[in-house]
Design a protein. Structure first.
Lengths: 872, 108
């Protein structure tokens, strides 16, 4: 194929033969590439030479169907109109690209999460089953309850529980701590996805003692096992124990419950185990409903079963009832309001873009009035002219859409970078055929939306005024009003977006000013996990924590160090029912629950958690000494009301656990989130805990930047035992800011959209005023000739622009008051009608509007009366 | 009164005159390079030729197809009377204006 010949349409048809001939003569037949390059250069240099030749050959006319011929004619004519005014075209395309691009980017984020069904067969049948806590909120499942429910219920095709599992892989290279799940047998059947290699777990492997088998994820199989096709049946060592690989899941299997999971092993519980109890709510339960069974019907059945269980074991449950929630709802519940708000916001941006282009087209239509008048005079029907104008606007929007896709792609990379951690299906976000179809449809629709108003306003001009010489300066009243309405609408939409962005910004500010209950500055945190058979009993684990703490305290720059079973804002909590001596309840499940922290004595000082009353923990509170406990103020209030809790005793973890004496009251730490009320909290010395925690979080107070200490601290821990994995190394400041990611995500998007909206609205105001000043040149000239002062002309134009802005702002404020309640869930510490935000928005908008009015106003004062009158 | 010629238009017209009615795209480009030391792109030459054609400064006639051109014809350009007049005016103006300023060349 000869590219030069293929590209020859770039050359005007009338010149094509000679130009191609010259090129061949100059460069010969062989150097096709050179000739192509020269041809492109010629085409570029001559691009303005009779453009109809250049571009018309793109659309060859058809002699067939008259409808097609008309369309082609419209396209050809439209293309010429767009090329004749490159400035107008570029501005419109850019505006549309912004609007369509932003919408496409947001849609491609929202689509896989909110609208697409989950990537499983019959996904609407996959549900989460939960027990309920005291407040009727979903709670995890105890194994004994799960076994009873599975036996008694008939609603499920498959029902399984799972727990988290962090094994350390000790085969095939360096030891590595992995994220896994322990599951009961039907786990994969719940999702309806069979393994790609090997087989599913068998019923026998559910039994304790026979459960040392694993299923690998596709990613782990590729990364650590070299995609070995004969992997099934091979042994692999985790935590010093040998497992047999039974299968590999397919690459397409998305584990939406826990996306980071790389492998699965059978749970291996039996009801006699202490941690398989009914009150051990640490398992996640998922099921696949039988065809035709709705979640509501399943819930009714489970409620009955739960009623029977509560009657049978009254001290093991707080209340009857269970929840059956579609998985899609479970996954999206937390992000849904934010995503819908962002989608709404981007819709506003698109509307503003449409209004802007509509207004530009109207301005353009005023200039083209004579053209349409002549067409009308020659007998063109109104519908024909409307079609012509719509063809032009749809062409604009399609070009804008294409540019928008490019913009969206760029925007998506940024969006993924700031996406909150709890956004599900992050990997499924991208520009796929679904998104492309959406954008194509959106572009067509926007083309029609912004094209209709100008098309109908233009299609039947008043022939007399339109064709009268000089008449173009008067006959546009209705179009001018229409443009004013469009721009006023833009201002109104901008107000709503700005208010939204302002409220979110104030919320973020308030959130960051919440006292977390500890001092996060200069604090390095990390997790150390004990793994291997050496640490299978409590004593060596305690000893390991002691020695590790000694080692990190010795690191230069570390001023204080402590360990805790749970760091604040780390995403986990460890909640226990607590009995108070002298206030025993018949049903321990109804007792108040508290978050337990198993800590080294100086942990609270390291974190600077304030001691309010009593005494702190000391090294003496260890081992077999009388067990002590610190409680927070919330616990003191819940447990004792006005009485003094110090010296009182509490018990948690069951009736066989010791009674612990409350020795001090400390401040409340924002453990689960900065913006949530906290449950009661209790701190016990780790050496007095009911068991040794296998994983501990370290908190190190440092002199200077804590991030710089990380390497030295790692080395210190490795010096105690090099085989124990160190994880989650982060400064506490980073941990705190990670919890605000979702708010930041929403805020950043609103901010971007609000700024774009503001710019577009300003451009709209400017466009209307500039057009109006041009149109009124003669009038302004006469006024000026009759002695109107410059200040008067300036204020005349400014008044026009500001009237538009104020009307838009009034409408926008009413809209914002009505709409911000949808943001309520994302606000914190600030009302949806926060006066400060509204005032700020009004001030910003007025300032921007004044700026946009100023240039045309100044131009009006410079109109020379002589020029203005001579021009006629 | 005919429009004034641009500098490049003057050069192209002079080149066409030198080529004696046989000028076309490539030969004009070569002549400009050889005689005036101007390396210009073919596109620039065409652009000027097209423009002067529409202004009526040059006229065209088609040559015969030749094999080295892939069987395509040449488009020969000849300077029209209007073109000659415009060129004369430009050159006369240049001559008049430059008369007596030869001494300037000697200055550093």
């Amino acid at each position: 194929m000869n590219p030069a010949r293929w590209l020859s349409w770039l050359i005007p048809a009338s010149e094509r033969e000679f130009v191609l001939g010259d090129l061949e003569e100059a460069h010969g037949r062989r150097s096709a590439l050179r000739r192509t390059w020269e041809l492109v250069k010629v085409a570029w240099v001559c691009r303005r030479h009779r453009p109809r030749h250049l571009y018309y050959s793109l659309i060859t006319s058809s002699r067939g169907d008259p409808l097609v011929t008309t369309l082609l004619n419209d396209l050809r004519y439209g293309l010429r109109q767009l090329l004749v005014r490159p400035g107008f075209t570029a501005l419109s395309v850019l505006t549309l690209a912004l609007g369509i691009g932003a919408t496409t980017a947001i849609f491609s984020v929202v689509n896989p999460i909110l609208f697409e069904s989950l990537p499983y067969p019959n996904p609407d049948r996959v549900v989460r089953v939960s027990e309920v806590d005291k407040d009727g909120l979903p709670n995890g499942t105890g194994f004994a309850t799960f076994v009873d429910v599975k036996t008694m219920s008939t609603s499920f095709e498959a029902l399984a529980v799972n727990s988290q599992w962090q094994p350390t892989l000790q085969s095939n290279g360096d030891p590595e701590r992995l994220s896994g799940q322990r599951v009961t047998r039907d786990f994969f059947a719940v999702f309806g996805v069979p393994p790609a290699l090997g087989r599913d777990f068998t019923a026998e492997e559910n039994i304790r003692g026979k459960h040392r088998v694993v299923m690998l994820s596709d990613g782990l199989w590729r990364r650590r096992f070299g995609s070995d096709p004969a992997i099934v049946g091979k042994p692999v060592t985790f935590d010093g124990i040998e497992y047999l690989i039974v299968g590999v899941m397919p690459q397409t299997f998305e584990n939406l419950i826990s996306p980071s999971v790389q492998l699965w092993a059978p749970l291996g519980y039996e009801v006699s185990l202490p941690w398989a109890c009914r009150t051990c709510h640490h398992l996640g339960e998922y099921g696949r409903l039988k065809p035709g069974i709705t979640p509501e019907a399943a819930k009714r059945e489970l409620d009955l079963i739960s009623g029977r269980l509560v009657a049978q074991y009254p001290t093991e449950y707080v209340a009857p009832g269970m929840l059956v929630t579609p998985l899609q709802v479970v996954l999206t519940r937390n992000v849904r309001p934010a995503l819908l708000a962002v989608l709404g916001a981007v819709g506003f941006v698109l509307l503003i873009a449409c209004a802007n282009v509509s207004s530009l087209l109207l301005g353009r239509a005023m200039q083209r009035e004579a053209e349409f008048a002549i067409r009308g005079a020659l007998g063109a029907k109104r519908g024909r002219v409307v079609r012509q104008l719509l063809t032009e606007s749809v062409m604009l929007s399609l070009v804008g859409g294409a540019a928008g896709i490019a913009l969206a792609w760029v925007g998506l990379q940024g969006l993924k970078a700031i996406a909150p951690a709890n956004l599900p299906r992050l990997d499924a976000i991208g520009i796929d055929t679904g998104v492309l179809a959406f954008t194509a449809g959106l572009s067509l629709l926007t083309g029609l939306v912004f094209g209709l108003v100008p098309a109908f306003a233009t299609a039947r001009p008043d022939l007399f005024t339109a064709l009268r010489p000089g008449g173009r300066h008067t006959g546009h009243r209705s179009k001018r009003v229409l443009r004013g309405v469009l721009v006023g609408g833009e201002v109104a939409l901008s107000v709503m977006l700005l208010v939204g962005a302002g409220l979110l910004m104030r919320s973020l500010e308030k959130l960051l000013s919440v006292n977390p209950g500890f001092d996060p500055t200069n604090l390095l945190t990390l997790t150390v996990q004990t793994t291997g058979t050496r640490y299978s009993t409590d004593e060596p684990v305690w000893a390991f924590w002691e020695r590790t703490l000694e080692a990190v305290r010795a690191v230069p720059g570390v001023t204080m160090a402590g360990i805790t079973s749970q760091l604040p804002l780390g995403g986990n909590f460890d909640r226990w029912g607590v009995q108070i001596e002298g206030k025993l309840l018949d049903n321990p499940e109804a007792a108040p629950s508290a978050d337990r922290f198993s800590v080294s004595p100086d942990y609270l000082q390291t974190m600077r958690i304030p001691l309010k009353r009593g005494r702190a923990l000391t090294v003496a509170d260890a081992g077999k000494r009388p067990p002590v406990v610190l409680i927070n103020e919330a616990f003191a209030q819940v447990g004792w009301g006005g009485e003094d809790p110090i010296g009182q005793k509490i018990q948690y973890g069951g009736p066989d656990q010791p009674w612990r004496t409350v020795v001090g009251i400390v401040g409340t730490v924002q453990h689960t989130a900065l913006d949530l009320d906290q449950a009661p909290q209790l701190y016990v010395p780790e050496s007095q805990g009911q068991f040794a925690d296998a994983s501990m979080d370290f908190a190190l107070r440092t002199r200077g930047d804590p991030a710089l200490m990380a390497a030295a601290v790692r080395a210190a821990i490795k010096s105690v035992d090099p085989t124990q994995p160190i994880l989650n190394v982060a400064t506490m400041d980073d941990v705190v800011s990670a919890t605000t990611r979702q708010r930041r995500f929403t805020f950043v998007l609103f901010q971007v959209f609000a700024v774009v909206a503001l710019l577009l609205a300003a451009a709209g105001i400017y466009g209307v005023l500039a057009g109006s000043v041009t149109e009124r040149t003669r009038e302004i000239g006469i006024r000026s000739a009759l002695g109107a002062p410059r200040a008067g002309l300036l204020s005349m134009v400014m008044r026009q622009g500001l009237a538009l802005t104020l009307a838009g702002m009034a409408a926008g404020t009413i809209g914002a008051l009505a709409l911000t309640r949808f943001l309520q869930k994302m606000l914190f510490g600030v009302g949806a009608r926060d006066p400060l935000t509204y005032t700020g928005v009004v001030v910003v908008l007025l300032a921007v509007a004044c700026g946009a009015c100023l240039a045309p106003a100044i131009r009006a004062t410079r109109v020379s009366p002589l020029e203005a009158l001579k021009a006629e | 009164m005919p429009a004034n010629l641009g500098e490049f238009e003057q050069l192209v017209l002079l080149a066409l005159l030198r080529l004696g009615g046989k000028g076309y795209g490539i030969t004009v480009q070569e002549e400009l390079g050889r005689q005036a030391g101007r390396n210009v792109s073919l596109g620039t030459v065409y652009k000027t030729l097209f423009r002067m054609e529409s202004k009526g400064l040059v006229s065209v006639h088609l040559g015969e197809p030749t094999p080295e051109r892939g069987g395509r014809r040449k488009k020969h350009y000849t300077v029209t009377l209007a073109g000659r007049k415009a060129l004369q005016r430009s050159l006369a103006a240049l001559r008049k204006l430059s008369r007596g300023v030869d001494a300037v060349w000697e200055l550093p």
